[in-house]
Design a protein around this ligand. Structure first.
Ligand SMILES: [Zn+2]
Ligand SMILES: [Zn+2]
Length: 364
């Protein structure tokens, strides 16, 4: 195997990503592994960093939505998160983070909030093992990362984004206790919202109402299982709420999700909930997302509001299982709309920033 590999490095938002060479580790720590990156997809959070809207410990290799092939293992008897033996050559996905398993948050079953958390695509590349992001030929997986084998029926471009959006919304549906027969409102037809629509349908939701301002995204939402779409750039919210009340048995939805990143969606979703309804916030990842909600409404409508961030290893396992069963039932193969080689990373980023594609892929 070669001794160095290429990676695209983010320095600061005024500069394009730089292709640099990094040493490949000659020895791996116990629990670590080295993977060849097969494909990474460019997430909205990466675009926020590149555009200077979000701060990260630069210089760093961005990219956390990755599918890879194991080329070296720190332990000869390493297993995946289901306890199956891992071999060199296995195609795998992994959690976006490595957790210690011992701190108070790990013990509270919130490993994504580990006190010693390391997140792929969010770690400075100046210190060893350097290769901790997806926009690279190889990536070093750290001890404490949950790895899952990917069945051959799931192609690379379907598998790559699963360790971000799909796993997060599996956490969301579990956290809010989505039940068969319930009516669901989803605010935001991006990748989180589309995955959520498909999950809600497969969970037996009676109605899946998608709200967005983009007609093309709403058209896609129908393909991902939405039963009703409301374009709020055309329909005023006051009318939308009436429409929702008229099409739900309790004159309001049982469950509503914010997955659009716009704080104003929460007050709207709360208005669309039935008495005793539940609301889940998963997309407000930027500071300053103040919610204009009257506490009196929460009290009198007996509402539950919850937040989630990222996910646990078992959610990623459920994401792999969900894709194995459903990736042909919904247009998962259309998620990656364009693919670029790593050597053309800046054109890949430019294509992703147009918003034309749900995801842009980067291959090596
Ligand atoms: Zn992501
Ligand atoms: Zn921990």
């Amino acid at each position: 195997m070669k001794s160095t590999c290429a990676a695209a490095v983010f320095v600061d938002s005024s500069k394009p990503l730089e292709l640099r060479q990094f040493p490949l580790p000659d020895k791996l720590d116990k629990g670590a592994m080295l993977c060849k990156v097969l494909m990474s997809t460019i997430c909205g959070s990466d675009l926020h960093t590149i555009a200077g809207r979000r701060r990260e410990p630069a210089p760093l290799i961005l990219g956390h939505e990755i599918v890879g092939r194991i080329v070296a293992l720190g332990d000869a008897d390493a297993t995946d998160a289901r306890g199956e033996k891992l071999e060199i050559g296995d195609r795998v996905t992994w959690t976006i983070m490595a957790s210690c398993g011992r701190c108070r948050y790990c013990r509270l079953n919130l490993p994504q909030k580990c006190e010693h958390l390391k997140k792929y695509g969010h770690t400075c590349c100046e210190e060893a093992p350097h290769l901790t992001g997806g926009y690279a030929e190889y990536i070093c997986l750290l001890d404490g990362t949950a790895v899952f084998k990917i069945p051959c029926t799931i192609p690379d471009d379907v598998a790559a984004p699963a360790n971000c959006a799909l796993s997060t919304v599996i956490n969301a549906t579990e956290a809010i206790g989505l039940q068969a027969g319930e009516t669901v409102l989803i605010h935001g037809a991006g990748l989180l919202g589309l995955n959520l629509a498909a999950l809600a349908r497969e969970a037996g939701a009676a109605e899946v109402i998608m709200v967005d301002v983009s007609a093309p995204r709403l058209a896609l939402a129908t393909d991902f299982g939405a039963t009703q779409c409301i374009n709020t750039s055309v329909t005023p919210w006051s009318k939308a709420v009436e429409q929702i009340a008229d099409t739900t048995p309790c004159r309001g939805v049982d469950v509503a999700f914010e997955v659009c990143g716009w704080a104003g969606a929460v007050a709207q979703g709360v208005e669309a909930l039935r008495i005793g309804g539940r609301y889940l916030i998963a997309g407000l990842v930027m500071p300053g997302s103040d919610l204009a909600i009257d506490g009196n409404t929460l009290t009198r409508k007996c509402l539950t509001i919850k937040g989630i961030h990222n996910y646990r290893p078992d959610h990623l396992g459920a994401a792999v299982d969900f894709l194995q069963q459903n990736c042909r039932r919904y247009p998962y193969v259309d998620i990656v709309g364009a693919t670029f080689p790593l050597s053309d990373i800046n054109n890949a980023v430019a294509a992703a920033a147009t918003g034309t594609h749900l995801r842009v892929g980067v291959t090596t």
